[in-house]
Design a protein around this ligand. Structure first.
Ligand code: ADP
Length: 388
């Protein structure tokens, strides 16, 4: 059974066809730098790699190129849906009514949900005779306790409007936690870990037994750590000042915090960490500042979320585009983390490739780099949902 997985990130669209009988990837690809100078990277499965620069202004165009590129038979499609609200805890077979329901959450994940839903509709049109399954970014955190997911607002606002923390990147955090359990030899139901998904979007999660117990993100997808274009945490008084004193509209403020902040806003160079690292190494002070704020914020969340691990941390995990590939960023994040028993070996950090332990021999916590495989998690959930 071949499952096509479609995973739209904030600046990328990943796709993969997996033969679930053998767990082999038949073809995969990544459309990256969407909205900048688009690149379609495609691997047909025979080891060959193709890369094409294309005009890719948005996710919809990206998906058009993807569907043109795939030639193998598809039996089911698994979609990553970032925000499905509080009502969803497990993957679901998609129907039209559900799509209307998910649109309600577009404003809470404006960089993803509209793209995900466009992706679902386009894929349903092109591949209409197979089931399409939604896998939710929020699902990993359904066991979070009320003391962790509630804001200290008037409780009736939660009852009336459902204001609470959700948590995102479920498939990624689940996958890397399961891998960390295998790598450390700790039983998956016993592992206490912090995982840092550091890509265009950034989430830090605390997990016990490979289930999310706390997270850096919240009701929507803008808070926590600064991201490629998103601000991360900002004092609500700044937002109120923008509206009340500076006369900005809610739409303008949203544009600022979702699209003009984070690495891009701080550096005025780019939302892409490779551009920031380049500019910083050439002496660009604002790029260097962006880098420092970015890594400091991740470190601060590691410290805060460690408090949700019930007194034990076995592993600190790095994953996603930046977490897997940037030794400099990992090194900056881990600076002075010995206070939590975390010490990396710079040689191992610099030379690592693929799944690697990069902690020093005397580090109490294992620091592990795990290339994420959200697609395999989503394909597995897709098959389980169809068969249940
Ligand atoms: P998303 O899916 O949220 O768009 P990704 O996980 O694809 O994000 O990560 C995108 C980020 O990863 C970009 O900032 C990009 O610069 C960074 N990245 C990708 N490859 C590398 C690399 N080889 N070295 C450093 N950073 C990289």
């Amino acid at each position: 059974m071949n499952v096509l997985v479609i995973n739209s990130g904030s600046s990328s669209l990943k796709f993969q066809v997996i033969d679930m009988n053998t767990k082999q990837t038949l073809c995969k690809g990544l459309v990256e730098r969407i909205g900048l100078d688009g690149i379609l990277n495609y691997q047909p499965g025979n080891g060959e790699k193709r890369s094409q620069h294309l005009e890719i202004p948005d996710h919809n165009t990206a998906l058009g190129y993807v569907l043109d590129t795939i030639s193998c038979n598809i039996d089911a499609v698994g979609h990553r849906i970032v925000h499905g609200g509080a009502g969803v805890s497990a993957p679901l077979i998609i129907n039209d009514k559900m799509l209307v329901e998910f649109e309600k959450y577009n404003s809470l994940a404006p960089l993803h949900n509209p793209a995900c839903l466009l992706g679902v509709k386009a894929a349903q049109k092109f591949i209409s005779d197979v089931p399409h399954v939604a896998s939710f970014d929020t699902a990993y955190y359904t066991g979070m306790e009320d003391e962790d997911f509630l804001y200290a607002l008037d409780y009736s606002l939660y009852e009336k409007y459902g204001y609470r923390k959700f948590g995102f990147h479920s498939a990624s955090h689940k996958y890397v936690n399961l891998r960390a359990a295998a790598i450390t030899g700790i039983s998956p139901d016993k592992l206490h870990a912090i995982s840092c998904h550091i890509g265009g979007g950034v989430t830090v999660a605390a997990s016990i037994g490979c289930e999310g117990v706390d997270t850096s993100v919240g009701y929507g997808t803008v808070c926590g750590v600064p991201m490629g274009t998103r601000s991360g945490d900002v004092d609500p008084d700044v937002i109120l000042n923008m509206i009340e004193e500076q006369g900005m509209s809610a739409k303008e403020v949203k544009e600022i915090i979702y699209k003009k902040s984070g690495l891009l806003g701080l550096s005025a160079v780019s939302s892409d960490i490779r551009d920031i690292l380049n500019a910083s190494s050439r002496g660009n002070k604002r790029a260097e500042l962006a880098l420092r704020i970015f890594s400091r914020s991740i470190r601060r969340f590691i410290g805060a979320l460690a408090m949700s691990l019930q007194g034990r941390m076995d592993a600190l995990i790095f994953t996603a585009g930046i977490g897997e590939n940037s030794a400099i960023v990992r090194s900056m994040i881990c600076r002075n983390l010995d206070v939590l028993g975390i010490k990396i070996d710079e040689n191992l950090n610099n030379s690592c490739s693929g799944e690697s332990i990069i902690s020093a021999a005397d580090s109490r916590v294992k620091v592990i780099v795990v290339p994420t495989n959200e697609e395999l998690m989503i394909a597995t959930q897709t098959i389980e949902t169809i068969r249940s």
